[in-house]
Write a protein that binds this ligand. Structure first.
Ligand code: HEM
Length: 153
């Protein structure tokens, strides 16, 4: 009994030390996915974002008949993959998925803006918000339909 309690105390001390150590690591040595808040925060951020996009008449034309739960799950998985969270994105390529939906540049930036404010609401720090957006930005050419009109200036 005494030995078990002692072992539990040692294990708890080791876990606390590891947690303290990982929390105090500089931002750059912790994977972005961890700094974004991991799965609970990203699931909430993506869910809020897609709910808002689907409710917005300026953005939702291409979502009619889509499986929203699948889209949310795959975007979280994709972010986890891109941000070093150890996942493997199992969805279709960005080009395949978005081709023929006539998505405009304005709609792409509209979604990004909603994602940005959703991250802010869920207390994702500025640096991490920007790092994630920098990973998503190169997808623009695969999402935007070149035949759709560009943003009016
Ligand atoms: C960086 C921006 C974006 C990312 C990372 C992204 C990511 C994804 C992912 C992972 C899927 C699911 C793939 C699959 O089913 O295998 C998806 C589906 C979809 N996305 Fe995006 N997306 C982005 C921007 C947009 C924008 C701007 C729109 C429209 C305003 C859009 C409309 C859709 C639609 C309609 C589907 C479902 C297609 C279907 O069911 O055939 N996406 N997206």
């Amino acid at each position: 009994m005494q030995a078990t309690r002692k072992r539990a105390a040692v294990i708890s001390a080791v876990i606390s030390a590891v947690c303290f150590w990982s929390a105090s690591l500089p931002a750059t040595t912790r994977p972005l996915y961890v700094r974004l808040g991991g799965e609970p925060v990203m699931t909430a951020v993506v869910s809020d974002t897609i709910d808002q996009v689907v409710a917005d008449p300026r953005l939702n034309q291409s979502f009619k008949g889509s499986n929203i739960a699948r889209i949310k799950r795959l975007i979280v998985e994709q972010i986890c993959d891109l941000a070093g969270g150890g996942c493997h994105y199992s969805g279709d390529s960005m080009h395949e998925v978005h081709a023929n939906h006539n998505i405009t540049q304005a709609q792409f930036f509209g979604l990004v803006e909603i994602l940005r404010s959703s991250m802010r609401r869920h207390h994702v720090p500025l640096r991490e918000r920007n790092e994630l957006l920098a990973l998503l930005a190169p997808m623009a050419p695969d999402v935007i339909d070149v035949r759709a009109p560009p943003i009016p200036r």
